[in-house]
Design a protein around this ligand. Structure first.
Ligand code: THU
Length: 163
């Protein structure tokens, strides 16, 4: 028997420490949260994805009276990016959430389903996605969703598919 340890590298920083490009991505995620439709949870989440070539797309959570029919900001954004720009890799993704008119102090991390979709996007384009989680107290930066999903099931676990 052996033990295997999994370590996770997460960078913690403040908004002021970010580059202008990073600030722009986070600002876009914050702004997208204003377009959330969250009458049930009142938890408004926005996401912004930076694609190769410099295009930015945003999305927000869209809820439904039949709760499971709604979707998170991350999936709205990635599915939009992948459907509108299927030839561009997603390079980074910022996520911001507000509730009661205030952005949250401690960043929220993507749910399990979104982690799986982020993984698929990384594998589809063979490109890690740097993730920025915004909070007013601190910002977390993660170099790849693999950090959040270390023992993952993905594309490579299935037999190779004909293109
Ligand atoms: N939500 C997101 O959009 N992203 C996350 O990372 C966590 C949760 C949404 C789903 C639902 O509309 C609301 O927040 C409460 O769970």
């Amino acid at each position: 028997m052996e033990n295997r340890n999994i370590t996770a590298k997460i960078t913690v920083c403040s908004y002021e420490e970010l580059t202008d490009g990073e600030k722009k991505l986070i600002d876009a995620a914050k702004e997208a949260s204003n377009r959330s439709y969250a009458p049930y949870s009142r938890f408004q989440v926005g996401a912004a994805a930076l694609l190769s070539g410099g295009t930015m797309v945003t999305g927000s959570n869209q809820e439904n009276a039949a709760y499971p029919s709604g979707t998170c900001a991350e999936r709205t954004t990635l599915f939009y990016a992948n459907s509108q720009y299927p030839d561009r890799a997603v390079e980074s993704l910022a996520i911001a959430a507000q509730t009661g008119g205030k952005f949250i102090e401690h960043p929220t991390a993507p749910c399990g389903a979104c982690r799986q979709v982020i993984l698929e996007t990384e594998q589809r384009y063979n490109h890690p996605i740097r993730i920025y989680l915004y909070g007013t107290d601190e910002i977390l930066i993660i170099e790849s969703v693999r950090t959040l999903l270390p023992l993952c099931f993905g594309k490579n676990d299935l037999p190779e598919q004909a293109e």
